[in-house]
Design a binder for this molecule. Structure first.
Ligand code: 3PG
Ligand code: MG
Length: 423
């Protein structure tokens, strides 16, 4: 067993029951002349018929290119948006197929106007060794989201092998992610392996001390995440709007700040659990407040016990940032999900950006391992210009959160189970 798979095997701890060492990579699999169905996550923003963010495309390209290079007939499956069984112009994968062709100039890339049936079959049948077909949105078929076995069979009929390289979609028990693994020999793609290895190591096997930095607007959407993190981390930084609910639970008066009064008890419960497991919860010390959330608004810095009644908390304050920088110097692993302030509106991103720059600097200097994920988080890191300097940035949004919450992702679980069966 190599080091990576040993790490993954031991990652099978806590609430998650799946044994990741059962997930088979594509290593050593002979794909020459085989039709390989690759489920990817091409759920990307399309603006005026053009792909507006290439990240998910470039991250999955190595898998498609490797299969093509090794002589497979590569059949790419994905969803885009939430068309619920009915084709719409803005959810077509045609613009993505066009982009993939641009990214792979030496490779024939075809497009099939349906994810299954005659249209798909005709295109797949014409594929030669080393060629690629992108099939239309799997969610154009109602069976996809129902994890329908007949739709899975229709997809499986187009391939000899199945590869899931869509970690960021794998929190969905859908036909092209789950049911299909019962029908074809199933493997994890390169991006899937990278995601589960990086996330597994940061969450379940971190080099300690390990600090989680969490933010976002609401406690209510992150109860599982926070509960799981306090039982695994040495320090938990709570920022963003959700920190307000924790501060409220501690008795602070927060003026006009966003709070979730119904979740004060939840916040208290999370802090009690943190105490039991020896996790230090780090709430804001000083904050940036303003009367309104817009770019021109007057703002000021104050301690959390001095928030003026007519203002709201919109970012971490400088004292807080300095304190966290001091703490980061002693940390070995950082797991980051969620912005610490209203980063989209200047200057309320400064706390998030300053901390992101510090984590990036320490990572580059080889002093810590940093793993980040979630849509807003990645946007904030990109805005700070440091995403490339983190050890690992996940392509996943919802799936990253579910993973942090300790849930088994159906798509990953299906790969592990398929790997335990002999096909
Ligand atoms: C994502 O973009 O996070 C995934 O592709 C999942 O998309 P969904 O929330 O529409 O299932
Ligand atoms: Mg199954």
């Amino acid at each position: 067993m190599n080091e990576q798979s040993a790490a993954r095997k031991e990652a099978n701890v806590g609430g998650r029951s799946l044994d990741l060492s059962k997930v088979r990579s594509m290593d050593g699999v002979d794909v020459r002349d085989k039709r390989v169905l690759v489920r990817v996550d091409f759920n990307v923003p399309i603006e005026n018929g053009v792909v507006a963010d290439m990240t998910r495309l470039t991250r999955v390209l190595p898998t498609i290119a490797k299969l093509a290079r090794e002589g497979a007939k590569v059949v790419v499956l994905s969803h885009l948006g939430r068309p619920k069984g009915t084709p719409t112009p803005d959810t077509s994968l045609k613009p993505v197929a066009t982009k993939i062709q641009e990214l792979m100039p030496g490779t024939v890339v075809r497009f099939a106007a349906a994810p299954s049936g005659e249209d798909a079959k005709r295109v797949v049948d014409t594929l030669k060794r080393g060629e690629v077909a992108v099939l239309e949105n799997v969610r154009y078929h109602k069976g996809e989201e129902k994890n329908d076995r007949d739709f899975a069979k229709a997809l499986a009929a187009l391939g000899d092998l199945y590869v899931n390289d869509a970690f960021s979609s794998s929190h969905r028990a859908h036909a092209s992610l789950e049911a299909i693994t019962d029908l074809l020999p199933s493997y994890a793609g390169l991006l899937m392996m990278a995601e589960i290895t990086a996330l597994g190591e940061a969450l379940e096997q971190p080099e300690r001390p390990v600090m989680a930095i969490t933010g976002g607007a609401k406690v209510s959407t992150k109860i599982e995440v926070l509960t799981n993190l306090v039982s695994r981390m040495d320090q938990l930084v709570v920022g963003g709007g959700m920190a307000n609910t924790f501060l409220l639970a501690e008795g602070f008066m927060l003026g006009a700040s966003l709070v979730e009064r119904d979740f004060v008890a939840t916040a208290k419960g999370i802090m009690a659990r943190a105490d039991e497991s020896g996790c230090e919860v780090l709430l804001p010390i000083d904050v940036v407040v303003a009367k309104e959330l817009n770019a021109g608004a007057d703002w000021q810095v104050c301690g959390v016990s001095e928030v003026p009644a007519d203002t709201m908390i919109l970012d971490f304050g400088p004292q807080n940032v300095a304190d966290l920088k001091r703490r980061l110097a002693k940390v070995k692993t950082v797991l980051w999900n969620g912005p610490l302030g209203a980063f989209e509106t200047p200057p309320f991103g400064e706390g998030t950006f300053a901390l992101a720059r510090e984590v990036a600097k320490l990572t580059k200097a080889g002093k810590l391992v940093s793993v980040a994920g979630g849509g807003d988080t990645v946007r904030a890191l990109n805005e700070a210009g440091v995403a490339d300097d983190f050890s690992y940035v996940s392509t996943a949004g919802g799936a990253f959160l579910e993973w942090l919450g300790g849930a088994e992702l159906p798509g990953v679980g299906a790969l592990a189970r398929s790997g335990s069966r002999a096909h």
